[in-house]
Design a protein around this ligand. Structure first.
Ligand SMILES: *[C@@H]1O[C@H](CO)[C@@H](O)[C@H](O)[C@H]1NC(C)=O
Ligand SMILES: *[C@@H]1O[C@H](CO)[C@@H](O)[C@H](O)[C@H]1NC(C)=O
Ligand SMILES: *[C@@H]1O[C@H](CO)[C@@H](O)[C@H](O)[C@H]1NC(C)=O
Ligand SMILES: *[C@@H]1O[C@H](CO)[C@@H](O)[C@H](O)[C@H]1NC(C)=O
Ligand SMILES: *[C@@H]1O[C@H](CO)[C@@H](O)[C@H](O)[C@H]1NC(C)=O
Length: 763
């Protein structure tokens, strides 16, 4: 969500949200007055006496010993307890209110590892199932039983529980392993919504125990995208009419509220992950994340490792900080990192100029009382002042009464805020044009006045028309829902990009899924037209693509209960589509072929992921040598793995030696970096007797040699290891080309198992 926050903040609710925001700010201010902050504190496991297992009580008393003496004495009395969360599953440590001096004193205690102030992470703010080839009563959906019996834990802003998307029609009771709670007082959870807990604000001092009601919309939207039940007659502003449904319609949902409009506190996220492991979830979905940090000081990475150790699949959004390189969040290799792409649906609003030229754009708001026949005077907001005015920032516009105003993307306000400014200043309509970096990537937003959001190219043409005449005019033609965009899926400009900062030897993001103009459940009506409880909204972000993948992972878990999180991830990645509906390479916001730092393995193809043939499996312990290879200290690795690690004994492997379903190779021209050898191990999950032949596309100026070139399997679950050698040709990296792309593919009669290869030319 972050800078695109405006996408979800709209109309009436915006005021409520601002109030909420202010009250949480004032709480934070109180805390700051006495110099205390919430710290995440990592400690060693207590030395076990006798049995190796520690009870939660043992752990908590161990954590207490790290607190300053004075607080131990007073914490039983009236003063607030210092420890806000004591972790026992996914991490060894706790979140506590401390002053910097107290943290310093703690550092001297035996068993202390490290501490840092918790981060506040931003949220990364339906036709889509059919677009992904999921059809009722057919194929993979039927074969995977629509996710029956699988539990998806969603960490977000909570949920709006009485929406029909969360009806349990057709959903069986939760499996016996389920131990979670429903904290809606008097409000019943059901077989769909099996759990709902509130962790939000506990570490920022807000009262605990409030029901995890979604006051924002984001969590309701993401949970229904992952596993909303079928709801007929969904629409917003009368657009995109149809049946709304999540990816895994009969899976169970367990909601963990960890975010408010003020963001998501790291300590709360970890506490929810800790609880979700106890509760028995199968998949975790997190549409939130911050900037890159080393994995041992990234609560989501640490928590996710604890989850995969218990066989839980973790899917996270890549972030909305694209299209610049190295902007991805959630980069740990044990997480599925999801970028955002378009679906083949536009909600069209076409800008028509006085010279009869037309430029197709988008808008979710499609007024039926706007007279497109009347040409309105057109004005460029940028001509009314400086760059701030060109962005139509709040309070900047004057003299636009009755006019259609051209505004640029960027600046202080969100896309919808710009329209609000035009409306405030008396404007009649808006043409919103992209910045250069956003290229052709447009969005259908619920604008507050007649709007067409057009590409940068179209914007430039409109600007030159404005210069060409003394009486420029324009209007907007509202054409409604248009299906069949041959450029779809294409990567959205906002979708965060690799290479990974924390681990450049792992390609990130891993995959893309639908994240642009996604219709899903919303707590309230956004158009006043919907009188029923079935209210929906259309929003965009990697926040929206992440739960698509979480739901698909649940379907795969349903049809292959014995697959590890790494196997599920491999199946999703090696079967991904790299072509769009028009049969061409998937493009990005520039309409040119997207690079691998934008799409990773490609666009998810759920039915193919269900039958991948081979998988690249990885057990949790396999990550330890990889972490040693990142040159983390033994203690830093222990924060992640919660077990004693001695890199000098077990040895280190380079990042690219991890048994990952893609390759990211940093290749240089010196003797040591010019030629690199790796192995990969594939496991047969297809037919017992199957033969795979190599198909390789070597990246620019790099030779790739693989041996053997044929893999012959005779058994299911049989594994075969192959070797790949990358050798830079003379002159590689010297011709101005920074990255090269290719693929390594194993081809049988029935399967294509494809791994993308990216090479980064270094020294
Ligand atoms: C641009 O114009 C606005 C309004 O006229 C003014 O407040 C702002 O300071 C100006 N900004 C710059 C960079 O000149
Ligand atoms: C919805 O109704 C409210 C209150 O009547 C009004 O202020 C708002 O503009 C309406 N929204 C739309 C999109 O019509
Ligand atoms: C780790 O240290 C070794 C030896 O100094 C170096 O060759 C290697 O590149 C480092 N790895 C990373 C990921 O920084
Ligand atoms: C696989 O092939 C071998 C030898 O060709 C044969 O003996 C065996 O029965 C086959 N297995 C299956 C499951 O078809
Ligand atoms: C594998 O890929 C080739 C080339 O793209 C395609 O023709 C073939 O149909 C694919 N096979 C399967 C089983 O998907």
């Amino acid at each position: 969500m972050e800078s695109k926050k405006c996408v979800v903040l709209q109309m009436q609710i915006v005021y409520l949200l601002c109030l909420l925001f202010m009250s949480s700010l004032s709480l934070a201010a109180d805390e700051e007055q006495n110099g205390m902050q919430t710290y995440i504190v990592w400690v060693e496991k207590p030395v076990a006496q006798g049995s190796s297992a520690q009870s939660h009580e043992d752990l908590e008393s161990w954590y207490q010993t790290f607190l300053p003496e004075s607080t131990i004495a007073t914490s039983n009395q009236l003063s607030k307890p210092r420890i806000v969360h004591a972790y026992h599953n996914v991490a060894t440590g706790f979140a506590a209110k401390l002053t910097p001096e107290e943290v310093k004193a703690m550092e001297k205690k035996p068993g202390f590892v490290s501490a840092y102030p918790e981060a506040i992470l931003p949220l990364h703010t339906t036709h889509s199932p059919n677009f992904l080839g999921l059809n009722q009563g057919l194929g993979f959906w039927k074969g995977s039983n629509y996710g029956k019996g699988v539990i998806i834990g969603v960490l977000d802003t909570g949920v709006s529980p009485d929406h029909p998307s969360f009806s349990d029609a057709g959903v069986p009771p939760p499996p016996a392993k389920w131990k979670g709670k429903c904290e809606f007082n008097g409000r019943v959870c059901n077989n769909k919504l099996i759990g709902a807990r509130n962790f939000n604000g506990i570490s920022t001092g807000q009262p605990a125990g409030d029901p995890p009601l979604d006051q924002e919309g984001h969590g309701t939207h993401t949970s229904s995208t992952a596993a909303g039940n079928f709801v007929k007659g969904a629409a917003v502003f009368g657009m995109v009419k149809g049946t709304a449904v999540g990816m895994a319609p009969y899976a169970h949902l367990a909601i963990y509220r960890v975010c408010s409009v003020a963001g998501c506190a790291e300590g709360d996220i970890l506490a929810a992950m800790d609880a979700a492991v106890d509760d028995g979830v199968d998949v975790l979905s997190l549409s939130l994340g911050g900037f890159s940090r080393p994995f041992y000081s990234d609560g989501v990475a640490v928590g996710a490792f604890g989850a995969i150790q218990k066989g839980i699949f973790v899917s996270c959004s890549a972030g909305n900080s694209g299209p610049s390189y190295s902007t991805s969040s959630n980069e740990a290799p044990w997480i599925l990192t999801v970028g955002a792409s378009t679906i083949d649906r536009n909600i069209r609003a076409t800008a028509r100029l006085g010279n009869k030229k037309e430029y197709n754009g988008e808008s979710l708001f499609q007024p039926n009382n706007f007279n497109s026949k009347i040409m309105l005077p057109l004005v460029d907001a940028g001509s009314l002042g400086n760059q701030t005015t060109a962005f139509c920032d709040p309070g900047t516009l004057k003299n636009v009464k009755g006019k259609i105003v051209l505004c640029e993307r960027g600046g202080a306000g969100g896309r919808i805020d710009k329209g609000a400014e035009v409306k405030r200043a008396g404007g009649a309509a808006m043409i919103l044009m992209n910045q250069r970096i956003d290229g052709f990537s447009t969005l259908a937003d619920p604008h507050v006045l007649p709007t067409a959001h057009v590409s940068y190219n179209a914007g430039l043409k409109i600007k030159s028309y404005l210069k060409s005449t003394t009486k420029p005019t324009a209007t907007i033609l509202f054409k409604g829902t248009v299906i069949g965009d041959k450029h779809a899926p294409s990567v959205a400009s906002f979708s965060s990009r690799g290479p990974s900062t924390a681990s450049p030897g792992i390609l990130k993001p891993d995959i893309t899924g639908p994240g642009v103009s996604i219709l899903a459940t919303w707590p309230v009506s956004v158009d006043n037209a919907t009188k029923s409880k079935a209210t929906f909204n259309i929003i965009s972000g990697t926040s929206m693509s992440c739960p698509h993948l979480s739901g698909i992972a649940a379907l795969l878990k349903g049809s292959h209960p014995d697959w590890s999180p790494a196997a599920i991830k491999s199946a999703i990645m090696t079967t991904a589509d790299v072509h769009n509906l028009g049969g061409k390479s998937i493009v990005d916001q520039t309409l040119k072929a997207a690079d691998l730092f934008a799409i990773g393995a490609g666009h998810v193809n759920p039915s193919k992921a269900n039958d991948p043939g081979l998988v690249y499996d990885t057990q949790p312990n396999n990550y330890i040598q990889y972490l040693c290879g990142l040159n983390y200290t033994d203690k830093q690795i222990q924060i992640i793995t919660q077990q004693t690690v001695d890199c000098s004994k077990i040895g280190a492997i380079p990042e690219a030696q991890l048994n990952y379903p893609s390759f990211s190779i940093i290749i240089g021209s010196n003797k040591k970096t010019k030629s690199q050898l790796y192995t990969r191990t594939v496991k047969n999950v297809g037919e017992a007797n199957s033969t795979y032949k190599l198909d390789i596309l070597a990246p620019h100026k790099v030779d790739v040699n693989v041996s053997p070139e044929v893999l012959k399997f005779t058994k299911v679950k049989q594994t075969i290891t192959y070797r790949v050698k990358f050798v830079a040709q003379d002159g590689a990296g010297k011709d101005g080309v920074l990255f090269g792309k290719g693929y390594l593919r194993w081809v049988s009669d029935k399967h294509n198992v494809t791994s993308p290869i990216v090479v980064i030319f270094g020294s």
